[in-house]
Write a protein that binds this ligand. Sequence first.
Ligand SMILES: Cc1cc2nc3c(=O)[nH]c(=O)nc-3n(C[C@H](O)[C@H](O)[C@H](O)COP(=O)(O)OP(=O)(O)OC[C@H]3O[C@@H](n4cnc5c(N)ncnc54)[C@H](O)[C@@H]3O)c2cc1C
Length: 451
Amino acid sequence: MMKVVIIGNNVAGTFSAQNIRMLDKEAEIEIYSLEKYLYYTRIKLPELISEQVTIEDLIVFKQEWYNTKNIKTTLGKKINRIHPEHKHVFFEGESEPIEYDKLIIATGSMPNIPQIKNANEMIGKGVFTLRNIDNALEIKEYIDKNKVSKAIIIGGGLLGLELAKQIKNCGLDTTVVEFFPRLLPRQLDVDCGGMLEKVIEDMGIKVVLSAATEEILGDEKVKGIKLKDGREFEAEIVLIQAGIRATLDLARQAGLETNRGIIVNKYLETSVEDVYAIGDCIEFNNQTWGIIPACIEQSKIIAASVLGKKTIEYHGTVPKNTLKIVGIDLTSVGVFDPEDIDQVGAGWEILKAVDKKGNCYKKIILKDNKLKGAILFGEKKAIPYVNKNMDSEIQEDELRKAVGIYKWKCEGCGYVYDEAKQDLLYKDLPEDWKCKCGNCKDDFQRQPPEE
Ligand SMILES: Cc1cc2nc3c(=O)[nH]c(=O)nc-3n(C[C@H](O)[C@H](O)[C@H](O)COP(=O)(O)OP(=O)(O)OC[C@H]3O[C@@H](n4cnc5c(N)ncnc54)[C@H](O)[C@@H]3O)c2cc1C
């Protein structure tokens, strides 16, 4: 009987186990993990700090699930050595080997701590990162014990903003400091970044952009931060959410080929025989991911590969991110700014409609008439259409209807007002606006027409 050992029990490790079990009722499956909790979702960790959820709420699969699937888990223990030549691994401080036939590394990633003076020294003394349940509990405890009233979040990406919202919900004066000149630099273009900034500020969260943090101020306890331009901001807690780094120590020790992640091929095989890798810790085709949909997609491929059925191949996952803040609908999928990579013209086309009053921004990116990406802000209805049609050829009428970007045709002269090419939506044109032929607003027909 084949024995599969999986290191790491978050989404990548757990879904690998689930998919292997679906394909093979007999294989022995053992999961080992450093964290002491059963598989839980990290998405709601900020809400654990604001006590909107409990640890129990975060756990995705309870013990019964593992029993039913006959998946053995060992929690709260670190694997610190892999010996591929003997096909076994060891726990830290233990000499009894754990044998495997196939090994899956799903060690995930850790928060990145940028080069900031005093940052590492102040960890636990008011500087924290948020990756796991224990981090969330530590942050909460520090806020309560020290009666913290002012917080700084370094990083205006998705995790930084979601954390800022929950810190604000705890009643703290909250400031987000972002290195780039806009929020969500990896998901938004300049225009939409500006609209989001306003909405975030309206929630009472301060935003400081183009702000490179030079130093964490304080000695025994954090007192604030200093930026490279000399500005200083006071705070009793500083939370760093500035990207992630793949957890590679174990893979490097075992002699696996690594770069930013563990290098894998289209079957998720590493450079060493019978050792596979998945999730936040991998690099495929010079790319790393760091999102749940990638882990889930990869888990189907790894299950087949491990069982010797190389029937499916990995071709990468389209990046898809949704900002999870109540009151904001924002999703960014795939390519969001071809201008940024100087690709407009080479078959790229952009359809964009902006409703500044309604805080709505819709941008659709096409290449050779195939859907390649979108930003949808203040707009939820179009998400299923975009997800379903990514990389497919689109019907323009169908796309416009789904996303709600219309053309309006003058019944008199045939002039077409295309919202995708204008600064104002048709509905926001002044009531006394007139067509070149003299016709007024009411003399226009929507294209595609209402059904
Ligand atoms: C606050 C937060 C919010 C997020 N929100 C979203 C979201 O909304 N949407 C989305 O798509 N993604 C989100 N993510 C990212 C998502 O959680 C990750 O992509 C996902 O957790 C990656 O899963 P993984 O299994 O590859 O790795 P991880 O989740 O990092 O898990 C790896 C596990 O391996 C264990 N491990 C590591 N080394 C060892 C060792 N040597 N021995 C034993 N065990 C070890 C670790 O302790 C860890 O438990 C969020 C992440 C955070 C932190």
